[in-house]
Design a protein around this ligand. Structure first.
Ligand code: IVH
Length: 674
């Protein structure tokens, strides 16, 4: 039995390693559940033995009681800023200045690093233990954010190895990776809260929290890039070797870092990183070039607040100002109506942007946006351009409100907005041009009308060629026109026409499902049919009546009612029926006894005369249940060709097995002949 001390020690080692693997190496070593288990065990032991709790314990990352203010920290060694280069010429001048000052024409070795877009932070370690974290502030003094930095997974609470200096200050950038930023903002949007303008602001806002428990919940990372004060041990003479030490001691260093010789290689690095910029997981706004030799750095020294030995070569901005000229409303494939900003074209993040999504009306309200406003556009990575904020100081009297359209801008149908949902939708469904392709694909799909061969690509072609506008057009397609489509041919075209013809003989459940009413899946369609028995009754149902149906709540009821209230949808349904779609007449209650009620069937293998879904429909129509797997409770198994394990199981359980002939006979017995 290890002593409590030993167990605590061992748990901490395991958790430190797991943390390092996860946050610094991006290579998790143990499953999350195992981490949680070790963490809980350590928490319990520390609670039982508070005298054994130490500040570097992994349990101390979750946040501490809130502060009322940050205290101030004096930087023993000032935290400097960098001069900028905006062109090749600026870079040539920078290197020339260095050579002149060193009185040498020899090529200079540079350490190249991405310029991370976050906040500079100083971390102080005494005997390998993190004792203080501070912001840069004005460079000479910053704020004590120790409690907050302790919550960041990629910041070691205790250094690895044993060759670190007794006093060591590591500097670097705290930043928020793009993905984490998007998730954070999406959550804010969903909760109707204010969003962050960009990952940098989000990182700053998260780090400057008096309540470190909030910081702990934010996806922050730390990457180190320079040395502050050191005592008690020599550090290497090259910047790149110092970074290698940091990595050994457990810090995250940037994987894109490189060492190159001379200005041309610097320009090359800049070009290559620029090409990679969009694909990085985090925002960068340039490249930092540093003279790699620390002796040379010392000889070059500083000018005002920036070193002569380093420069930031900036990339094109990812945020720019422009004018919001108009807002248009687009209808998506599912009917979602999205406001889109029409902008005075602006070059941002390397491309010219003239449109940006505004998501929904809530977002417009949150941004307090008006047409004519001056706005900040942000485009970073492969994320679509966003309106980050309004420059209110530039608002004038000509700016005016954005009005949401009263009806669908594409088809003129009613727009529905469900309480509590941010998105407004067109109710045009089958009729709306914007939703046409999706509606047709759904209509033809296997569980709907099951039109074999009418795949997504063909639907796209049919709509693009103007051959199908509304669903009923499908049933009037002509062989020669269909055969003339790309990669089609007469044989395939004929097969599709045959499949369409066959699909006319369907069930009411399938037809209702095929209409593509929002939230009405196969099960709901079936419940609706069980309840109303006929299409007419369903179409005439009030909200109250719809709410009486099994598993139909207010949202679904509203979708159904809206759908059938729309005149366009009614006329598409009429046209489909006129085209010949039909299903067995509903049984009147007198003859509607369900002969197979209480029985459960399972269908397996391939039936020659129909698909398994259709076979299931017939059985359900007779009152039976259709299950997916065989058990002792199964009344009978319908087994087609190539039946496999279900057949074996049925036989072993003594469940009766019907082959296709016996199944057809059963149907015929109940008045169903094919
Ligand atoms: S070195 C004396 N390296 O840029 C050199 N800074 O404008 C001090 N930054 O406040 C900084 N990435 O927040 C350095 N790889 C990098 C950097 C970097 C981002 C930031 C840092 C600093 C600002 C200087």
């Amino acid at each position: 039995m290890p002593s409590i001390q030993d167990e605590i020690q061992q748990l901490r080692e395991q958790l430190h390693t797991a943390n390092y693997q996860y946050y610094v190496c991006d290579d998790p070593s143990i499953p999350d559940a195992e981490y949680d288990r070790l963490f809980k065990r350590l928490q319990i032991l520390e609670n039982q033995h508070p005298e054994l709790l130490t500040a570097d314990s992994p349990t101390q990352r979750v946040g501490a009681p809130a502060l009322s203010a940050f205290s101030s920290v004096q930087h023993e060694m000032p935290m400097l800023s960098l001069d900028n280069a905006f062109s090749e010429q600026d870079m040539q001048d920078f290197v020339k200045r260095i050579q002149e000052r060193l009185n040498s024409s020899a090529e200079i070795e540079f350490a190249c690093e991405p310029k991370l877009d976050g906040l500079a932070v100083s971390l102080l370690y005494r005997d390998g233990i993190l004792v203080r974290g501070a912001t840069r502030g004005d460079g000479s003094s910053g704020e004590d954010i120790t409690l907050n930095v302790r919550t960041i997974g990629s910041i070691p609470l205790r250094l690895q190895g044993d060759d670190f200096p007794p006093v060591l200050e590591v500097r670097g950038e705290v930043y928020m990776p793009r993905k984490g930023f998007e998730v954070l903002n999406q959550r804010a949007r969903d909760n109707g809260e204010k969003t962050f303008v960009n990952p940098r602001n989000a990182a700053a806002g998260s780090l400057r929290q008096l309540d470190s428990a909030i910081t702990a919940k934010r996806p922050l990372e730390f990457c180190c890039y320079s040395l502050g004060i050191v005592e008690g041990r020599e550090m290497p003479g090259k910047h790149s070797d110092i970074l290698a030490c940091f990595a050994r001691w457990g810090f995250k260093t940037n994987a894109e870092s490189a060492v190159v010789q001379g200005v041309n290689a610097c320009l090359d690095y800049y070009q290559k990183l620029g090409e990679k910029r969009d694909a990085l997981a985090y925002d960068i706004d340039g490249v930092v070039f540093k003279v790699n030799d620390i002796q040379l750095q010392k000889r070059l020294g500083f000018i005002s607040r920036a070193p002569r030995w380093a420069i930031a070569h900036k990339f094109p901005a990812q945020e720019e100002m422009t004018l919001l000229e108009d807002v248009e409303f687009q209808v998506g494939r599912t009917g979602a109506i999205t406001p889109v900003a029409r902008l005075q074209p602006v070059f941002v993040g390397g491309v010219t942007v003239s449109n940006a999504t505004l998501h929904n009306m809530d977002e417009i309200k949150r941004l307090d946006l008006k047409i004519g406003d001056t706005v900040i556009i942000r485009r970073a990575g492969d994320v679509i351009p966003q309106v980050a904020r309004v420059v209110l100081e530039k608002r004038n009297l000509l700016c005016h409100d954005i009005i949401f359209p009263a009806v669908c801008p594409v088809c003129g149908s009613q727009i529905e907005k469900i309480e509590g949902e941010a998105v407004a939708r067109c109710t045009g469904g089958l009729f709306c041009g914007a939703q046409r392709k999706e509606a047709i694909k759904h209509f033809a799909s296997r569980k709907a009308m099951d039109v074999d061969g009418l795949g997504d690509k063909i639907v796209d072609q049919l709509v693009d060629a103007g051959l199908v506008d509304t669903l009923d057009d499908l049933y009037f397609l002509e062989l020669d026109k269909l055969a003339a489509l790309e990669r089609m041919g007469v044989k395939s075209a004929q097969n599709i026409l045959d499949a369409l013809e066959n699909s006319k003989n369907t069930s009411l459940e399938r037809f209702i499902y095929a209409l593509g009413i929002r939230e009405v899946g196969v099960a709901t369609a079936s419940n609706l049919v069980n309840h109303f028995a006929s299409l007419e009754a369903l179409m005439g149902a009030s909200l109250e009546q719809l709410l009486e149906v099994d598993d139909v709540g207010p949202v679904v009821a509203e979708h159904v009612a809206h759908f059938f209230a729309e005149a366009h949808n009614r006329s598409v349904i009429e046209a489909l029926l006129a085209a010949g779609i039909h299903w067995p007449a509903p049984k009147t209650p007198a003859e509607g006894e369900q002969p197979l009620a209480g029985l459960t069937y399972v269908i397996t293998g391939t039936l020659a005369s129909m698909g398994r879904d259709q076979a299931g429909d017939y059985l359900k129509g007779l009152g039976a249940k259709v299950a997916g797997s065989v058990s002792a409770k199964t009344s009978a198994l319908v087994a087609g060709e190539k039946a496999g394990s279900k057949l074996t199981k049925a036989q072993s359980l003594g469940v009766p097995v019907l082959d296709e002939g016996a199944f057809l006979a059963l149907l015929a017995e109940h008045g169903i002949t094919l």
